[in-house]
Write a protein that binds this ligand. Sequence first.
Ligand SMILES: Nc1ncnc2c1ncn2[C@@H]1O[C@H](COP(=O)(O)OP(=O)(O)O)[C@@H](O)[C@H]1O
Ligand SMILES: [Mg+2]
Length: 258
Amino acid sequence: MGKIISVITQKGGVGKTTTVNALCATLSRKDYRVLAIDMDPQGNLSFSTGADTESKPTIYELIKGDVGVKEAIQRMSMTDIVPSNILLSGIELEYTGKNREFLLYAALKEAQAFYDYIIVDSPPGLGILTVNALTACDYVIIPMMPDIFSLQGLTLVYETIDYVKHTINPGIEIAGVLINRYVKRSKLHKEVYGTAKMICQKLHIPLFETVIRNSTALAEAQALQMDITEYARRSTGTKDFSSLLTELERYGMVKHPY
Ligand SMILES: Nc1ncnc2c1ncn2[C@@H]1O[C@H](COP(=O)(O)OP(=O)(O)O)[C@@H](O)[C@H]1O
Ligand SMILES: [Mg+2]
């Protein structure tokens, strides 16, 4: 059974989509079978993989049961993906009853047999779409920027995950907090890393040793709808995500391909 990794945090613009995109590309390159799920109605991940969000089924139709998972998956060069578009924002209003947290969980059950990893991108905020991403997953990655507001937000995102763990999904594990857009020469960034470490120790959650450096190639690859490992093989972006995967594998979170 494939493992589901959700990339979440309430802040926008901190690197959730970039992390999902680059991690999928890095896993695919190592011959893992990977499926990306776009749970953000903005559809940024769908765009960056080149998926069709207009004329083909999306995660919205899959969640509603209008299509099966095989019909919803698009095979792109970088990764397989179930895309999204703005219709997904309707879920909040359309599902108000019990079990509304389990929609994604139910939608992905069948697909887990065909993939080693399913990586879920989520919208900013801690609403029902994010709670669905947390309910469905085995592991969470929490990206953050090396700034003071992100530090302040860390406890809140932890509390949400902890709440889901104690009420809905006891199996959920935090794989780690991932610092993104790190600049090695910056004194502030170094200090934020140190403070993030202290907060993580207090909360008993891991902080990845790997930091993702600021890398223009990452942003360019997304704009050009290209796989970062192909677009700029020697870029810091490719290197950093490769070392993130090595770190995940080292800690046993990622089993080896067969
Ligand atoms: N390490 C990085 N280096 C350079 N640009 C980055 C990096 N991480 C993210 N970006 C850029 O920052 C913007 C926000 O990132 P994104 O992944 O979309 O955040 P989120 O999904 O959390 O809203 C995007 O334009 C993305 O290309
Ligand atoms: Mg995003």
